[in-house]
Design a protein around this ligand. Structure first.
Ligand SMILES: C[S@@+](CC[C@H](N)C(=O)[O-])C[C@H]1O[C@@H](n2cnc3c(N)ncnc32)[C@H](O)[C@@H]1O
Length: 284
C-alpha cells in the first residue's frame, strides 16, 4: 500500500505547476481526500497500482484540483530566479528592482502600494520586533528590506520547495548587506500543529492571507489551533478584501476572527489597506 501511494503521489506532482510542492503536504492532502472518498479509496486499494487505471485518473484529477486551490493560484505571475534577486542587490535602482521582484506573486504585487506603511502600522502596535515568524510566507520574505528593521531574526515557512532556493539566496545576500539581519526560509506544512508549537519563540508571527488555505472552508478550527500554539506575542493575520476578479467584498471584516479572539481573551486591532484587511492580535 505504501508503494502504491508513493507512486500515486509521483503521478500527481508530474504536472509542472505542482512540481515544487513539499511531498508530505501532497501526502496529507491525498489522505484527507481518501478520508472523504472512502469508496474511491477502497477501489484504489483493491487493485495493483495502474497509472492509466480509471480510479487513478479520478484521484489524480481531484487531488490536483485541491492542490491547485491552495498552491497554484498564486504563482501565475512568473518565477523568481536568483538572477532577479541579484539584479536587486546590484542595481542602482534597488527599490525599483525590489518592486519588480515583489510583483511576481499575487499577494506581494497587490501590497506594493502600501507595503512600507503596512509594516510601520503593524510595528507601531507590536513594538519593533527582534524575532519574526512568517507562516505560509510565499514571496513575502522578499519584502524584508521594506520592514525598516536593522536587527531581526526572521524565519519563514511555506510548502513550496520551488521558491526556497531563491529565498535562501536572497537571505544570504541580505546577510551580507544588512549585518543585523539573520533570516532563513524552511519547508513546513503549517497545518502541523505540533511542529508549529515548537517553532522559535517570537515577538511577531505573520500569517498573511494564509488561514483560508489552512481551514479550507471547514470552519476555523485549524486556525484556532495554530493561533493558540504558535509561540509568538503577536499574530498578524491578513485577508484579501477583493475577489480574484478585483471587486471589493461587501463585508471585508472577518467576524469569526473577532469572535475567536474575544473567546480566547486575545485583544486585537484592525488595519485596513486597499485590498487587504489586517488583524494585529495580541496573545501575551
Ligand atoms: C495567498 S499566498 C500568501 C503568501 C504570503 N503570506 C503573502 O501574503 O504574501 C498563500 C501561501 O500559503 C502557502 N500555504 C498554503 N497552505 C500551506 C500550508 N499548509 N503550510 C505552509 N504554507 C502553506 C502557499 O504555498 C502560499 O505561498
Amino acid at each position: 500500500m505504501i508503494d502504491s501511494t508513493a507512486m500515486l503521489i509521483e503521478v500527481i506532482v508530474k504536472k509542472k505547476e505542482l512540481r515544487g510542492l513539499d511531498v508530505s503536504f501532497v501526502r496529507n492532502t491525498l489522505e484527507e481526500y481518501f478520508r472523504k472518498n472512502l469508496a474511491v479509496r477502497r477501489e484504489f486499494e483493491s487493485k495493483a497500482f495502474n497509472e492509466k487505471g480509471a480510479v487513478t485518473k479520478i484521484i489524480v484529477k481531484d487531488v490536483r484540483a485541491l492542490l491547485r486551490r491552495v498552491y497554484g493560484l498564486f504563482r501565475t505571475q512568473g518565477i523568481v530566479t536568483k538572477e532577479n534577486v541579484e539584479t536587486y542587490f546590484s542595481s542602482k535602482y534597488a527599490k525599483r528592482a525590489l518592486k519588480e521582484l515583489l510583483s511576481l506573486h499575487h499577494s506581494t504585487l497587490e501590497r506594493l502600494p502600501f507595503y512600507e506603511q503596512m509594516y510601520q502600522e503593524i510595528f507601531r502596535r507590536t513594538g519593533e520586533p527582534k524575532t519574526i515568524l512568517d507562516l505560509g510566507c510565499g514571496l513575502n520574505p522578499l519584502s524584508l528590506p521594506l520592514m525598516g528593521l536593522s536587527e531581526v531574526r526572521y524565519l519563514a515557512y511555506d510548502i513550496s520547495k520551488q521558491e526556497l532556493a531563491v529565498l535562501d539566496y536572497f537571505f544570504s545576500r541580505v546577510r551580507q548587506q544588512y549585518r543585523g539581519i539573520d533570516a532563513s526560509a524552511r519547508i513546513l506544512d503549517i497545518g502541523d500543529v505540533e511542529a508549529v508549537r515548537h517553532l522559535m519563540s517570537s515577538d511577531v508571527c505573520f500569517m498573511f492571507k494564509v488561514t483560508d488555505h489552512l481551514d479550507r472552508g471547514k470552519g476555523h478550527k485549524k486556525t484556532e489551533d495554530i493561533l493558540k500554539v504558535v509561540p509568538a506575542r503577536f499574530v498578524v493575520m491578513s485577508f484579501a478584501t477583493k475577489t480574484m476578479s478585483g471587486k471589493e467584498m461587501t463585508a471585508p471584516r472577518r467576524g469569526w476572527v473577532e469572535y475567536l479572539c474575544n473567546r480566547l481573551g486575545y485583544s486585537f486591532e484592525v488595519l485596513k489597506f486597499d485590498g487587504e484587511i489586517v488583524y494585529v492580535v495580541r496573545k501575551g
